[in-house]
Design a protein around this ligand. Structure first.
Ligand SMILES: C[S@@+](CC[C@H](N)C(=O)[O-])C[C@H]1O[C@@H](n2cnc3c(N)ncnc32)[C@H](O)[C@@H]1O
Length: 722
């Protein structure tokens, strides 16, 4: 050797030392996991799917012996030829093996002898890694170490299952119950989708099932920023989630019925009614703020249906996780997350040649993919492209749930800077007679101003309708069946709703639908607090476009509720179309309770829409404030007056914004000119004679089952039957 070889030799020695260190670190971790266990703990097998810890320790040694030492270390002496039969897991190409359900019968070798086997393999591996390992050896080393890390997690899964069968319910480790903060309200983050790429693109290690990297088209979607909590799961249980066939896939319902499941694996309802859960630290109270764990795919899918959401596909999950800085939490440090994707080969996947080709490929049938990682996953083991997989009924793995949903037209508006709002505003403001749709009043400030209007002395509709509802609530309640769902259109602060909720203890679910997310969030939170037994399943949507109720309402008798005379915002033909659409949404046999303002003297009507304090004026101008703030317009709010007029011919109150002067404003590169006195028509409130409304409802396919008209100022509530 010439002196010039020294740096090269040092570099290769350093590489070898690094490989040995990496190898030994993983191997030691396995032994550290087994150390707190007695030989008896290590030998028992609690079910056919699980293996004894001793078997995991021996099998991982066998893997290195079979796939590295035998083929690559000259003169390697097999520790014991009988071990090939005992510790081969599933490699048909390697030979026959002990059946998996019978691994617990392998009382010999002892746990100590398995320790000696591991030491024998380790010594030989160190020799192999220090004698110029080839690229193929390093590739198999990476696989062997990743394989052993998978078994480290399996050891903990299997051990938890074993200890959960013991009447003593032993703790594998003594750790205090984590003091978790209250789980924040879940937020649904919007992702554009489009043509994206998933899968591993190298250069580091990845399993063959993560390749090849390939393109996938995704429709816009939303993903929950956190995992489903135990508290949310409890609400599902209490709503009869495990007993409602309509929520379950057929195969899932067969399993839940046959197994008698009524909660996640390891949960138990104690004599005092409280739920506890078996953990690696023994049995503990269920923490409502912790992510739910140990649920099967079937349960995850049923929960998603109940929530009116769905599970994400694995491509949605991966694309979202690769989008940095979007606020996704608990991606890989709590539980694996079931996806809606079956475990199948990626396009272009080819299993490797020989026995190792059996590692993943042959399992690509009848299983579902999980993404992420769990608290018990070895550090650094998982990655965004990682594909875990289990059969849909299995639940002893560290599995949990993250929900997703499709982006509604409304969410797309919110995610792609208010394109529809802009389109509608430009179209309305450039028309010959300028208009703006009334629904754009309602951002957070608009919703707040509307609540303030309801308190005004001039605004009789809220007071009158509220008093009427209080009086007739028992009569309405008498028509509502046990276990029914109440679906409210344009629920706002859900204030009037409480009158019905108080009168109807038989209600099981409440579905508020509103275009204003902030109003909906606030109202839902308050109702959940005040009506703990009620399932509140809000739907952010345009109520003229909503086509499907959340699962919480499906399969139940449905009562619709549309108070506030919001129906008056539609022209009669639109109101008829709305009532027909609501019939479709609520379903046959539904009842629909609609509040309708009755036509009356303009002396009462006009002040109600033009109050002395100017609150309605601010509400009206809020649409211009939104155009300035959200769409980059430059309207001078002080250059417009609020005006409310009674149009007797159309039987409606009209709200306008009247330009005080000749002026021009700008929006999206357009100049919008106003003459002094020219108006933007912002809202109509149609007022009906009772008989006219009855006729309108009839044309829309409803029968009027009951009607109640208040004393003056008159306001009507109609119970429609469909
Ligand atoms: C006049 S307020 C009535 C609020 C409440 N129902 C009441 O009676 O006091 C109208 C409500 O309907 C909502 N809204 C208006 N247009 C909507 C639409 N197209 N889709 C969904 N919600 C809408 C608004 O956000 C607001 O909360």
């Amino acid at each position: 050797m010439s002196p010039d070889d020294t740096p090269a030799r040092e570099a290769s020695e350093a590489r070898a030392i690094a490989l040995v260190d990496r190898y030994l670190a993983v191997r030691r971790r396995t032994e550290a996991l087994a150390r707190p266990l007695s030989p008896e703990d290590q030998g028992a097998q609690s079910m056919p799917d699980a293996s004894p810890v001793k078997w995991h320790r021996a099998h991982t040694a066998w893997f290195f012996e079979t796939f590295l030492l035998g083929p690559f270390l000259p003169g390697y002496r097999v520790f014991d030829p009988a071990f090939a039969y005992l510790f081969n897991s599933y490699y048909e190409a390697v030979g026959p093996r002990q059946p998996r359900p019978l691994r617990g019968l392998i009382t010999r070798p002892s746990a100590d002898e398995v320790g000696a086997y591991r030491a024998h393999v380790d010594a030989a591996m160190v020799r192999l890694l220090t004698t110029s390992p080839t690229a193929e050896v390093i590739e198999r080393l990476d696989l062997g170490l990743a394989h052993e890390e998978q078994h480290q997690e399996l050891i903990l899964m299997d051990l938890l299952h074993l200890f959960a069968q013991s009447p003593l319910e032993p703790a594998y480790r003594e750790t205090p119950q984590p003091d978790r903060p209250i789980a924040a309200d879940v937020r649904y983050l919007a992702f554009e989708g489009g043509l994206i790429e998933i899968g591993d693109g190298g250069p580091g290690f990845a399993f063959d099932n993560e390749r090849p990297r390939h393109k996938v088209y995704l429709a816009p979607y939303r993903l929950a920023d956190r995992l489903v909590t135990n508290g949310e799961w409890l609400a599902f249980i209490e709503d009869g989630g495990y007993r409602r066939a309509d929520l379950w896939l057929s195969d899932g319902w067969a399993v839940v019925s046959a197994q008698g499941w009524d909660a996640p694996l390891y949960w138990r309802r104690e004599d005092d009614g409280a739920w506890t859960v078996m953990t690696l630290s023994g049995r503990r109270p269920v923490d409502p703020h912790a992510p739910v764990g140990h649920v099967s795919y079937y349960e995850a899918a049923a929960f998603a249906a109940w929530s009116g959401r769905r599970l994400p596909t694995e491509a949605e999950w991966e694309a979202a996780v690769r989008t940095e800085g979007r606020g996704l939490r608990q991606t890989s440090d709590e539980t694996w997350q079931w996806t809606a994707s079956p475990y199948v080969a990626y396009p272009g996947f080819k299993p490797g040649a020989g026995a190792l080709g059996e590692y993943n490929g042959k399992f690509m049938i009848n299983q579902m993919v999980l993404r992420g990682g769990a608290a018990e996953t070895p550090p650094g083991h998982a990655r965004p492209s990682y594909r875990n997989f289990f059969h849909p009924a299995q639940r002893w793995a560290f599995t949990g749930v993250r929900l997703a949903d499709d982006m509604s037209a409304l969410d797309r508006e919110a995610a792609t800077p208010t394109s529809t709002f802009l389109d509608d505003a430009v179209a309305g403001l450039t028309a010959d007679r300028k208009t703006l749709p009334a629904k754009y009043f309602y951002d957070a400030e608009g919703s707040r101003l509307f609540e303030a209007i309801c308190e005004l002395p001039e605004y009789y509709p809220t007071r009158t309708e509220t008093a009427l509802l209080r009086r007739i609530a028992p009569e309405i309640a008498a028509r509502v069946m046990e276990g029914a769902a109440l679906v409210e259109f344009g629920s706002g602060a859900s204030t009037k709703t409480r009158i019905l909720l108080d009168a109807m203890p038989q209600l099981a679910a409440y579905v508020p639908i509103d275009i204003s997310r902030s109003a909906l969030d606030e109202a839902s939170e308050a109702l959940r607090r005040d009506y703990p037994g009620l399932v509140v399943a809000p739907l952010v949507d345009d109520f003229t476009r909503a086509v499907r109720l959340p699962a919480a309402a499906r399969g139940r008798p449905v009562t619709g509720f549309f108070p506030g005379s919001t129906i008056g915002n539609f022209a009669p033909a639109e109101a008829e179309a709305f009532l027909r659409g609501a019939h479709g949404l609520l379903g046959d046999g539904a009842m629909f309770v609609v509040g309708v303002d009755i036509a009356k003297s303009p002396d009462i009507l006009v002040p109600a829409y033009d109050d002395a304090q100017g609150v309605t004026a601010r509400f009206n101008k809020n649409v211009l404030a939104r155009i300035n703030g959200e769409l980059g317009g430059d309207f001078d709010l002080d250059a417009f007056d609020h005006r409310a007029v009674w149009n007797a011919e159309e039987s409606r109150i009209e709200m306008h914004l009247v330009s005080r002067i000749d002026q021009a404003a700008h929006l999206a590169g357009r100049e919008i000119r106003f003459r002094a006195g020219e108006t933007i028509h912002t809202e109509n409130s149609y007022k009906y004679a009772a008989e006219m409304f009855v006729e309108l409802a009839r044309r829309a396919g409803w029968k009027v089952a009951a009607r109640w008209i208040s004393d003056s100022p008159s306001f009507g509530v109609f119970a429609l039957a469909g």
